[in-house]
Design a protein around this ligand. Sequence first.
Ligand SMILES: [Zn+2]
Length: 336
Amino acid sequence: MNEFIKNMPKVELHMHVEGSMEAETLWKLAHKNNYAIEYNSIEELKAAYKFNNLTEFIDMFMLGTRVIKTEQDLYDVCMTYFEKCVEQNIRHTEVHCDIRTYVDYGYPADFVINALDAAFKDAKRLYGITGGFMPCFIRHLGNDVASKDLDLMLPYKDKILAIGLSAVEVGFPPSLFKDTFQRVHDAGIKVIAHAGEEAPADYIWSAIKDINVARIDHGIRCLDDERLVDYLVETQIPLTVCPYSNVALKVFNDISEHVLPTMLEKGLNVSIHSDDPAHFNAYLTENIIGIADHTSVTKTQIIKMAHNAINGSFASVKRKAELSKELNDYVARYTD
Ligand SMILES: [Zn+2]
């Protein structure tokens, strides 16, 4: 089973670029750019990657953004992730990277856009990996900042796959951003949002009703609301579930307690992703293996979720057909 999962062609839909920055890369960039960090050795830094709570995680994530000083640095971080994609047979990936963080550091909006665009072009040319990038509004900065971010992004809308909503969830429901997301829709850009990770099911309703999302990041708290589950099953809105992220951020004490089996039984459109793989010490393959090893999820359900990821992606109809064929061929070959 583990071999099957390792080599299975995969699609990733929920991964934050800086969340793929391993301690080694952070250390290297800090030294290259003469950015003083409080850790005296790579071992100390690695130890700090084993954080105990959300605040420690956010601090480390933000430190990763601070050691990035040039478009080339950000491009290199992306390319390191794409090399991992090759190793894990991730064939299509849609990634988050927020513009606001870098704008606040004094870089222009196209700092992130140019770096990501160049990295995706090279990932396609070198490895045949497709996908794109989905900046998020940082929800705890509020709607006024989100609106300014959108103004900065609109000139580059052709290089953006979707716009999402991320960061501190509780206290910042999607409804606060209704008018800005209306402008996103008006510009013809798809809308997604982190919802129902730690905040209650109401936030998922708000993502659906107030900002009309095409896809929901996490969404695990939907199980608290039967009517919402029915709605999500009927509409088949994709939910991008990130098992080891949920464990690291203490939504569950252990991966064996994850609600993914229940979500599958209810008929929800779920798939597995890594969120911040370097920080949570699990890339896509490890997340799928973790679920396969420690819950009742079956091989058939693993394959079903791989198809869900393809169908829930923003890839073209043609690319989705290619990815489905690749997966079907792999499953057929493996069963032979
Ligand atoms: Zn996320």
